[in-house]
Design a protein around this ligand. Structure first.
Ligand code: 5RP
Length: 264
């Protein structure tokens, strides 16, 4: 692996082999998502605790101070909306030249295995990898499920994650599943991070997913709504950070969450 690729990956994946990515890209198909109406304000207090932030070029340019030195994972697929016909019909919306100009440490793109536009999304990934490899930029593939949240089970996630890695993704973002997650990781020869999906009521549940995913070989998270839609997002991200980088158990992470929630 060349120096540039290694260096960018080292910005994202920390020396302990773990990673906490904070995605705020949801507006690219959902519009002003709850608690992300003003992305700059949402992310500012959370940024110190994230290893990288994931977002589109529009939000990066208009909401993030360019003196920020947190690594950027630039979402470069899109072109659909939540009220449109088919969420899987994405194209590439940002050039690699623009990603370089914006000093991105990685780019990300969704693939839609088993959806109507499966082939297009996979060819988009392959083309993006071809171009990004020339410049040493890692591609993080997002194994998207669109509105079909029930697809978040091991067989589907393993299939989708493996295809992403086979096509050249350097990191795969997938979902956690309670049964068989170890098979998802074992079948994917590149690092795996998990997303959270829609916000759940119990913080302990989130800590348990993340802990179990780490035990089963994930390197960390790309977790959005379960952090920034929470009433105490800073306590949430700090507890997750302890879980990921300091090997806290879910119980210890919850105690940390409560401590920060009460004392600020
Ligand atoms: C949106 C994404 C998100 O970055 C990803 O789903 C993680 O966010 P969340 O934890 O809110 O699901 O790719 O398309």
């Amino acid at each position: 692996m060349e120096w540039g690729m290694k260096n960018r990956l080292a910005q994202l994946i920390q020396k302990d082999g773990r990673a906490l990515f904070l995605p705020i890209d949801h507006g690219y198909f959902q519009g002003p998502t709850t608690r992300l109406e003003e992305p700059g304000k949402t992310v500012a207090p959370l940024m110190p605790y994230a290893d990288a932030i994931m977002l589109t070029r529009g939000v990066l340019r208009s909401c993030i101070d360019p003196t920020n030195t947190k690594p950027i994972i630039l979402r470069v697929s899109g072109g659909v909306s939540v009220i449109g016909e088919d969420l899987s019909n994405e194209g590439i919306i940002t050039s690699v030249k623009e990603a370089i100009r914006l000093n991105a440490s990685a780019v990300s793109l969704s693939i839609f295995v088993g959806h109507k536009y499966e082939r297009e999304s996979l060819l988009n990934l392959a083309r993006l990898v071809n171009e990004c490899e020339e410049y040493g930029i890692p591609v993080m593939a997002v194994t998207a499920v669109g509105k079909e949240l029930e697809k978040r089970e091991a067989r589907y996630l393993a299939l989708s994650s493996r295809i992403a890695a086979e096509l050249g993704a350097r990191i795969v973002k997938t979902y956690y599943c309670k049964e068989g997650f170890e098979k998802v990781v074992r079948g994917c020869p590149v690092p795996v991070v998990i997303a959270g999906g829609p916000k759940v009521d119990s913080v302990v549940e989130v800590f348990e997913w993340v802990y179990d995913a780490l035990q089963k070989g994930a390197i960390g998270v790309n977790l959005g709504r379960n952090i920034w839609q929470h009433d105490h997002p800073v306590a949430m991200i700090r507890a997750l950070r302890a879980l990921i980088h300091e090997n806290y158990t879910p119980k210890e992470a919850y105690a940390e969450f409560e401590r920060i929630r009460q004392t600020g």
